[in-house]
Design a protein around this ligand. Structure first.
Ligand code: PEP
Ligand code: MN
Length: 272
């Protein structure tokens, strides 16, 4: 991968740590990012944030601008959602991550979120990548739906080349012929990218499978493969979620997932 320059893992250079509020990504301790697919209401967001904080979550997630396949599906609460997410984060003492889909919303999103998510569908939105690269804000760059590892690393390079070195990569499953799962979680990519890049890599088994029952086993697999953290969709009442309910776990299920994850983390020298 000749063209990957700034993000390439070099022998004489250590791995990057990315600081998001009080949370360090890429260190010994795994970073848990959790929350609903979309912010749906202020009170629900606060109570969930408090529960997640108690369980050891380091970054609160929640979408306000949602990239939905259909324009008729719930699009997120926009600015109101950002305010609710930020308030919940403040109430729980957690930094928040949320997606930006449009360069015109970048300043607004940065005002409310400690970390900016560039979603799969925008992984090669080069204008957006350059703009987030001109900020000093931490960026979570999700792998594109059908992006090769090289394309993903080159997308990160766009951000790095503009001067923003605070990039975290997120494997979230890719499109394959398999239809049992929403996406095929590319566990090999987690290990491969850890070998190719100094940037922290996290995994999103929620979008990676699209199925609640597969989130815990894939979370264990990703950590075993070297992931620096996980992004998991958690909803108090998944059956009522306005998006991605079928892949969301309840806080109770999330607690069970963490119990099962601890020994795997320990086996690869990480802590929860
Ligand atoms: C999300 O995190 O809710 C999301 C839409 O992710 P992705 O871009 O990976 O589909
Ligand atoms: Mn989602």
């Amino acid at each position: 991968m000749q063209s990957v320059v700034l993000g390439r893992l070099a022998e004489d250079q250590g791995r990057s740590l990315v600081q998001v509020g009080p949370c360090t990504i890429g260190a010994h301790r795994l970073v848990l990012m959790a929350g609903p697919c979309a912010v749906e209401g202020g009170a629900e967001m606060v109570s969930l944030a408090l529960r997640l904080k108690e369980m050891g979550v380091g970054v609160l997630r929640g979408g306000a601008f949602k990239p939905r396949t259909s324009p008729y599906s719930f699009q997120g609460l926009g600015r109101d959602g950002l305010v609710m997410l930020a308030r919940a984060g403040e109430a729980a003492g957690l930094p928040v991550v949320t997606e930006v889909m449009d360069v015109r919303d970048l300043d607004l999103v940065m005002r409310y979120a400690a970390m900016i998510q560039v979603g799969s569908r925008n992984m090669q939105n080069f204008g957006l990548l350059k703009e987030v690269g001109r900020t000093g804000h931490p960026v979570l760059l999700k792998r594109g739906l059908s992006a090769t590892i090289e394309e993903w690393l080159l997308a990160a390079e766009y951000i790095l080349a503009e001067g923003n070195r605070r990039v975290v990569l997120c494997e979230r499953g890719i499109r394959t012929f398999e239809s049992h799962t929403r996406n095929t979680m590319d566990i090999a990519a987690v290990a491969a990218v850890k070998g190719l890049s100094h940037l922290p890599v996290i995994a999103d088994p929620s979008h990676g499978s699209g199925r609640r029952e597969l989130v815990a086993p894939l979370a264990r697999a990703a950590v075993a493969a070297g992931a620096d953290g996980l992004m998991i969709e958690v909803h108090a009442e998944p059956a009522k979620a306005l998006s991605d309910g079928q892949q969301s776990v309840t806080p109770e299920q999330f607690a069970v997932l963490l119990t099962g994850l601890a020994p795997v983390a320990g086996a690869v020298g990480r802590s929860l």
